[in-house]
Structure formats: structure tokens, C-alpha cells
Design a binder for this molecule. Structure first.
Ligand SMILES: Nc1ncnc2c1ncn2[C@@H]1O[C@H](COP(=O)(O)OP(=O)(O)OP(=O)(O)O)[C@@H](O)[C@H]1O
Ligand SMILES: [Mg+2]
Length: 112
């Protein structure tokens, strides 16, 4: 099992969601996030004073999947989130040793 964490542009969320559904991946969690990468942020003027905005709005999507769904999930996220611009986002893939369904106590791929 892997935990896939993707950080990408909020306006790509509907496309990512649809791409995951198309790959038969229906279980994921989305949170609002603030992020920065090497690209400097843009400037915004607030009460006449310029501020560099170095943390930009992103979404963070997490999906825990069994092995056969790892590559389909990655491909779906790329399909939904890619615009070929800098700042399109990033995908992190982590080993996931355990998953437990609270309602039943089932574990591992049975629970995922
Ligand atoms: N190494 C990292 N660790 C944690 N978060 C990251 C990392 N790289 C990117 N992110 C997150 O992903 C967001 C988007 O990253 P971004 O797509 O700009 O990455 P990049 O490596 O600069 O690629 P690009 O050249 O396409 O811009 C960042 O704002 C940040 O929230
Ligand atoms: Mg960048």
C-alpha cells in the first residue's frame, strides 16, 4: 500500500477529481494548503504597501491505495493537474504499512 500526497493548483481540483473517478479511485481527502517553491511569489499591495506573496494557495490531496492503483492514481493526478506551467505541483509517494477501517477493524488492503 502507498500513501499518495499531491499538491497542486486549486483550480485543477475538479479535473483531478474526475480523472481519479475515471481510474476508479473514489477515496481521497482534500485540504487547503499554502505552499512555496523556488519560484518567487508575486507582489500584492495592501493599504498602499507592497508585500511579496511567497505562500500561494494550493490544495493537498491524499489517497491511500493498494499496489495495483498506485500508477493509475499518479497518472490520473498528472492528467488532471498538468497545465505545463511552472507551479503545476508535485506528487509524493510514501510506503503505507497499515490501514484500519474503524467500523469493522479490518486491516490492510481489505480495509483500504
Ligand atoms: N520539495 C517539496 N517539498 C514540499 N512541498 C513541495 C516541494 N516541492 C513543491 N512543493 C509544493 O508544491 C507546490 C508546487 O510546487 P511546484 O510545482 O512549483 O514545484 P517545482 O519543483 O518548483 O516545479 P515547477 O518548476 O514546475 O514549478 C509548492 O508551492 C509547494 O507547496
Ligand atoms: Mg515552482
Amino acid at each position: 500500500m502507498k500513501l499518495i500526497v499531491a499538491i497542486f493548483q486549486p483550480h485543477q481540483l475538479p479535473a483531478v477529481k474526475q480523472a481519479l473517478y475515471d481510474a476508479q479511485i473514489y477515496k481521497f481527502t482534500v485540504t487547503n494548503a499554502l505552499g512555496t517553491s523556488l519560484k518567487p511569489g508575486y507582489e500584492e499591495t495592501f493599504r498602499g504597501v507592497k508585500h511579496e506573496v511567497s505562500l500561494l494557495k494550493r490544495v493537498r490531496l491524499e489517497t491511500a491505495v493498494s499496489q495495483p492503483y498506485v500508477e493509475p492514481a499518479i497518472e490520473a493526478i498528472i492528467r488532471g493537474a498538468r497545465t505545463n506551467e511552472q507551479g503545476d505541483g508535485k506528487i509524493f509517494v510514501m510506503d503505507l504499512p497499515e490501514c484500519i477501517r474503524i467500523r469493522t477493524g479490518e486491516r490492510g488492503t481489505r480495509a483500504i
